[in-house]
Write a protein that binds this ligand. Sequence first.
Ligand code: 5GP
Length: 190
Amino acid sequence: MNKGKLIVFSAPSGSGKTTIVRHLLQQEELNLEFSISATSRAPRGEEVDAKDYYFLSAKEFKNKIKSDEFLEWEEVYHDNFYGTLKTEVERIWAQGKHVIFDIDVSGGLRIKRKFPEETIAVFVKPPSIDELKIRLKKRKTESEDKIKMRVAKASAELATAPLFDEIVVNKNLEEALVDAYSLVSNFINK
Ligand code: 5GP
């Protein structure tokens, strides 16, 4: 199979990586396709199965772990599994496209380790933990407890930023979008 590139965007929840990934997907000349992750968490708001995630039960997810169907997987929050199916990368490479991932820090680094040459791993950094709390609260999709859990995890994740190939600081969104575009464009055209 003709291998494309793997573009990983990882960041603490609420740092704006999803907005950046969506923006890049709209740039047709980059020839990117979103890696749809599998998850055992329930759909949120307007999320659609097989578009935002493949929504699985915890049992289905564990069966796929057993049969070695994941490139990487993680219990991101207690009882909430997330993972990249091997078939996702195959599906996208078969279309002659590059794969873009919106995944957590450990998953992102695992993909980099498995495909060091093909991968650019980008860490999206929120300007501060306080700003992250404000953004998560504004999103109004999670309870206080869940927000606390995400903020605690974010502090640990921030410490891994130096392990990534590149860091984009999302202080000003417009600037972060421009930075992310040029990193990806340079990587796929090199
Ligand atoms: P959310 O519940 O907000 O959609 O995602 C929670 C976290 O799980 C985010 O940091 C998201 O990037 C991460 N995530 C989503 N898909 C995957 C995946 O396939 N693998 C890993 N390791 N993390 C993922």
